[in-house]
Design a protein around this ligand. Structure first.
Ligand code: GLN
Length: 476
């Protein structure tokens, strides 16, 4: 299966040289082999085999009724709900919770005959950059199990990296699809905000959250997007027009690319990643693209702005977990108030509590204007700057992460350091623009890293086209 695109696989399925059941068995065997990496929280083996058998009969008896995604085996991050299945958001607080409905993206996938093979491990409520904040334990990188997978969609990235599914559905609030994709050597794409419904995504920071895709093949990403980018009245921030299928993919002959000087001349940027990023830009230039360095003095403001706004939104979104409505309820409480307090105290992990406190602080009456209002103003400035930039340039290119995957046990002396790992990814969520991490190969320690392409809002197809060009330049 390795290396085959969905289209190729579908041809083989139609010709009968392989069956869906064999495809599922192949992936299940691979999942078994990588259990030690902790990428899956739950595997739906029996269910996937039954769905595969049903599809195999459909291929023979009613091939005209096959959905667009037949033969497509996907994994789903443990942050997206699936009817009659558990979802835990990597948290104890959702222990035992079973969803009564499908997220819109899940029902869209199932309606087109995709098969869901399991749910993947992630940082608790998507909060993290290393997948070491999950109640189910850390996810290990398939290339070196001593190292992190990246996060928060670490399970999704390893699931694709180790060939246990064709495509993984993740979520990206500040880089959670692109960052682990970069650290595991696969593509990771975050669509324009509003292109995929958030209905059924466990909310972290609603004005940032987007479902995203991880895969080894750009074509497969486009195929899935055609299916999951559907208008949805259950998400009021969803776009109703210019959804993925309607977008124009054509990019001009003379592509204009900007890069921010501050992203390249940054002290935290690994020298090999820097050299390789510059090398790709030079190659693009040699092939006729216009490449220009642009100053962006807001780089240092991105991470603080992101963490003020996302923790504020998270503190409000996570207030619903009170021990009454969902999942875990403390057995140790004797009064109603104790029940609220103890359920949350015992149910949430340290990082989540830290963020709820930070969010409540920046929203508190005394500090609201100093932090929350200010951060909103900075967000607006960032959006305005990008609007101006995209009038002149087609794309913005930068590294995906400042470093490759670090050792799991590496204890940082500075707690802010792991937040800084998001310096290149949060921009796309602050501005709601599409962004994709393209794998560039491995460094001298044999760890992968990627380069990131961002485009103007609603120009997702063009951004994916640009990613294709960069891949060609990197590997031809
Ligand atoms: N690492 C970032 C955070 O912890 C991004 C997470 C995400 O995109 N879900 O908030």
């Amino acid at each position: 299966m390795e290396g085959k695109s969905l289209k190729q696989l579908q041809q083989e399925l139609l010709q009968g040289s392989i069956t869906c059941e064999q495809v599922v068995q192949y992936y299940l065997a691979n999942i078994e082999k990588i259990k030690h990496l902790n990428a899956y929280v739950e595997v739906y083996a029996d269910e996937a085999i039954i769905s595969a058998k049903t599809l195999d009969s459909k291929i023979i008896q009613e091939p005209e009724k096959l959905g667009k995604l037949f033969g497509c085996i996907v994994s789903v991050k443990d942050l997206i709900v699936h009817k009659d299945h558990n979802v835990s958001a990597g948290s104890k607080i959702l222990e035992g919770f079973v969803s009564q409905f499908d997220a819109t993206c899940i029902s869209a996938l199932l309606a087109e005959d995709a098969i869901i093979i399991g749910r993947t491990n992630c940082d608790e409520f998507g909060m993290g950059s290393a997948n070491t904040n999950s109640y189910f334990g850390p996810v290990k990188n398939g290339l070196n199990p001593e190292r992190i997978s990246g996060g928060s969609s670490g399970g999704a990235a390893v699931a694709v990296q180790m060939d246990t599914c064709l495509v993984a559905i993740g979520t990206d609030t500040g880089g959670s699809v692109r960052q682990p994709a970069s650290m595991c050597g696969v593509y990771g794409y975050k669509p324009t905000y509003g292109l995929v419904s958030r209905y059924g995504l466990v909310a972290y920071a609603s004005s940032f959250d987007q479902a995203g895709l991880l895969a080894k093949n750009l074509e497969d990403i486009a195929c899935i997007m055609e299916v999951i980018s559907v208008a949805d009245e259950y998400d009021a921030t969803m776009m109703s027009q210019n959804l993925f299928a309607d977008q124009n993919a054509e990019i001009p002959q003379n592509i204009k690319i900007a890069y921010f000087t501050e992203t390249i001349e940054n002290d935290t940027l690994d020298l090999e990643i820097k050299a390789q990023t510059l090398h790709i830009l030079q190659d693009l230039n040699d092939k006729g693209a216009t490449i220009e360095a642009v100053n962006f003095d807001l780089l240092e403001a991105l991470v603080p702005c992101y963490y003020i706004l996302t923790t504020a939104e998270a503190s409000s979104n996570l207030s619903r977990y009170d021990g009454v409505r969902y999942g875990y309820r403390s057995p140790n409480a004797s009064t109603l108030n104790d029940m609220y307090v103890m359920s949350r105290t015992e149910g949430f992990g340290t990082e989540v509590k830290k963020r709820i406190m930070l969010g409540s602080f920046v929203l508190s009456e005394a500090y609201y204007d100093t932090y929350f209002t200010k951060a909103q103003q900075v967000r607006q400035m960032i959006c305005d700057r990008l609007d101006v930039l995209f009038e002149k340039y087609d794309f913005l290119v930068m590294p995906t992460t400042p470093k490759v995957a670090w050792p799991i046990n590496e204890k940082s002396e500075n707690p802010l350091e792991s937040y800084m790992a998001d310096i290149y990814t949060v921009l796309a969520n602050l501005a709601g623009i599409p962004a994709i991490s393209v794998p560039l190969g491995n460094n001298t320690e044999n760890m992968p890293f990627g380069i990131q392409v961002m485009g103007k809002r609603k120009r997702d197809k063009k951004t994916l086209e640009m990613a294709k060009i960069i891949s060609k330049v990197a590997f031809d």
